[in-house]
Design a protein. Structure first.
Length: 202
């Protein structure tokens, strides 16, 4: 019996990937943007990961990929970490070039990015990554546990301890002062950015 195109088994993974791309793209871009510091690099990172996903059918152990979403975020996380290791200087590209980011957000992104990077630099990388995946990636703790291959309780505790350390002021807020703050709304703007960041953590 002749198989129709829609029922062809090789087409199913591609349809799943396309659906995954559509649903997760905004969160992936936001996550990558706050990891890499600009929209262009974030777009490149997400595109590269989706291309990898189209060609990769098995995990490192030779087994079929069981959870495409977890693999996607884990791959993007590793991609961003590798890119940051190789980058010696950070060049900010106007984020307003990205259609998914509003003009107001574009105006304040560089300052907010530097603030959040400073806040997260004061806690362990394990805690920081859980916070990024939760806030910027919009992942549940179950999702994060699958992405990082850790127990759900560990994901929750890393998030809680990291946010609590930031909230209690163990990280000096004044140390987050940067060159962009001399252009106006410095302290108050940064205070509001930190407040928004912690509100998202609730």
């Amino acid at each position: 019996m002749k198989q129709t195109l829609n029922n062809h088994p090789e087409k199913k993974p591609h349809r799943e990937i396309a659906a995954l791309m559509e649903s997760e793209r905004p969160h992936l871009l936001r996550y990558a943007c706050y990891r890499l510091g600009n929209a262009d690099d974030a777009e490149d990172a997400v595109q590269d990961i989706f291309l990898q996903l189209h060609t990769k059918k098995q995990d490192a152990g030779g087994h079929p990929l069981a959870n495409l979403r977890s693999y996607l975020y884990r791959s993007l996380s590793n991609f961003c970490t590798d890119r940051l290791r190789r980058r010696q200087t950070r060049q900010f590209v106007p984020i307003e070039q990205a259609t998914h980011v509003s003009e107001e957000k574009a105006e304040n992104f560089e300052q907010e990015f530097q603030l959040i990077s400073t806040l997260l630099a004061g806690i362990s990388e394990e805690q920081a990554e859980v916070i990024r995946l939760r806030i910027h990636g919009n992942n549940s703790f179950s999702d994060i546990a699958a992405i990082l291959d850790i127990p759900v309780t560990t994901a929750k505790s890393r998030f809680q301890y990291g946010i609590e350390k930031i909230r209690k002021g163990d990280i000096s807020y004044e140390q987050s002062r940067c060159s962009t703050c001399s252009h106006g709304r410095s302290h108050e703007s940064k205070r509001q950015s930190k407040k928004r960041f912690l509100i998202h953590a609730v």
